[in-house]
Every structure is written in C-alpha cells, then in structure tokens.
Ligand binder design. Structure first.
Ligand SMILES: *[C@@H]1O[C@H](CO)[C@@H](O)[C@H](O)[C@H]1NC(C)=O
Ligand SMILES: *[C@@H]1O[C@H](CO)[C@@H](O)[C@H](O)[C@H]1NC(C)=O
Ligand SMILES: [Cu+2]
Length: 229
C-alpha cells in the first residue's frame, strides 16, 4: 500500500506552486519582489531548471532578460536571500558569487568567475536517518566575506530539490541571481573559481541520488568548497 500513498503525495506536491527567490534582505530589510534580483523565467511559479548544462542554469532569466537594481552590502555583514513561500522540497543550498568587470547590471556571469560563499548540506548518521536543514525555511542568511574585494557582484542561489533526483535530470534547481555592490571590502582572492553552467555534470553523488531508499549513509555537497575569506 506504500506505493499509491507515495504517488498521491507526489501529485499533491506538484499541485503546489513552485517557490522562487525574489528578494534580498540587507540590513534586516527585505527588498520588494524582483527589485534586487533578476526576474526569473519561473517568476509566476513555472517549473525550475533541471538541465545543469543549459544557459538558464546560470540565472534562469533567458525569457525575461531582466536586470535589477544593485543593492549596497557591506563586506562582513549579513545578506539574506528570501523565497516567496517556505522552501518545501527536501534538498540543499549553494550560494555562488561572481565579480562583474564593470556594471553588474550588464554582466552576464560567463566564464570561470564563480566561487561559493555559502552552503547548507544534509545531515547524515551512517544510514539511519537523513535530514535537510534547508527544508521548510523562508530563506537563507549568510555573511559576505570580510576580505571580499569591494565592487559589484552577481550573487546566485541554487536550492537543489532532491525529492525525485533518483534518475538523471530529476533534481530540480531553484535559482535566482541578485545584484550587489560590496562596500568596505578587503583584499582576499576568492576561489576555487568555476563556470556556471559547467560546474556540474548532473552525475554528482549529491545530485543524482535516491534520498528515500536506502537512506544515504553520507551526503556529498555538490560544487567547490566554500570560500569564507
Ligand atoms: C558602490 O559602493 C561605492 C562605495 O560606497 C559607491 O561609491 C558606488 O557608487 C557604488 N556603486 C553602485 C553601483 O551602487
Ligand atoms: C558516500 O561516500 C562514498 C565513499 O566516499 C561515496 O562513494 C558516495 O558517493 C557518497 N554518497 C553520497 C550520496 O554522497
Ligand atoms: Cu516544486
């Protein structure tokens, strides 16, 4: 009797609108929707990205061509990236940044320019249980590294929903790119640098994974190590 119940639950969750990440939170103040974040193709709850090699894997904005208003954020301070509703799929989070050579509003984020500044992984205990601290959160808050050089950056969140990730292309990427101007920064050298798309093949153990059975004994967060300055 388990299979029909699982099928019903799957149908029920598809009927919910997919979440998006339309807001930045700077100095405790949440921006309006799609003000500091480039409006994504799925702004009206359409499907997330599943092709890790597609151009839309970067900022998912090919249909909107949107730019945003750049928010000033002090190095060493907290930045929040907020969702339009609780992030209800189990999965993990990565936040990447890329420095614009000039005005970030006209920066497309191409090249080997992205480094990871934050992640929320899974909690495992050798196969008895697995839990997802990023699940059911309203958004995520992290510290902009103190030694990050001042200047304009894209800041890209991906929440990787893993509920149907047991087949290739099943993982869902909820993506958006904000625009920030880092002030009062330092002289650090962020890295390792990766290209997006390019950072993943889709075959990573943390992307192509059955999270239900057998319960994974360990979890490998996709992407490079976090640069914390
Ligand atoms: C970025 O911050 C610097 C330092 O406060 C400021 O001079 C510059 O005008 C800002 N640029 C943008 C695009 O906001
Ligand atoms: C768990 O660790 C093993 C051994 O390092 C590795 O082969 C496997 O891919 C990992 N599983 C996950 C889901 O990360
Ligand atoms: Cu969904």
């Amino acid at each position: 009797m388990l299979a029909p119940v699982v099928a019903l639950l799957a149908l029920a969750s598809q009927a919910l609108a997919h979440y998006t990440f339309p807001n930045l939170v700077v100095g405790g103040v949440k921006s309006g929707d799609w003000v500091n974040v480039r409006r994504t193709n799925n702004f009206n709850s359409q499907a997330p990205v599943t092709d890790v090699k597609s151009a839309d894997f970067r900022c998912y904005d090919s249909q909107t061509g949107a730019t945003a208003t750049t928010a000033n954020v002090a190095a060493g301070s907290q930045l929040g990236i907020w969702a339009d509703q609780a992030v209800y799929h189990p999965g993990v989070v990565n936040v990447y940044m890329a420095k614009a050579p000039g005005d970030v509003a006209s920066f497309d984020g191409s090249g080997n320019v992205w480094f990871k500044v934050y992640q929320v992984s899974a909690v495992t205990d050798g196969g008895k249980t697995i839990s997802w601290p990023a699940e059911n959160q309203p958004g995520y808050t992290f510290t902009i590294p103190k030694n990050l050089p001042s200047g304009q950056y894209l800041v890209r969140i991906e929440q990787i929903a893993l509920h149907v990730a047991q087949t290739y292309g099943g993982a869902q990427f909820y993506i958006s790119c904000g625009q920030i101007n880092v002030t009062g920064g330092g002289s650090g050298t962020p890295g390792p640098l990766v290209a997006i798309p390019g950072v993943y093949t889709g075959n990573e153990p943390g992307i192509l994974i059955n999270i239900n059975y057998p319960i994974p004994a360990n979890y490998t967060q996709p992407g490079p190590a976090v640069w914390s300055g």
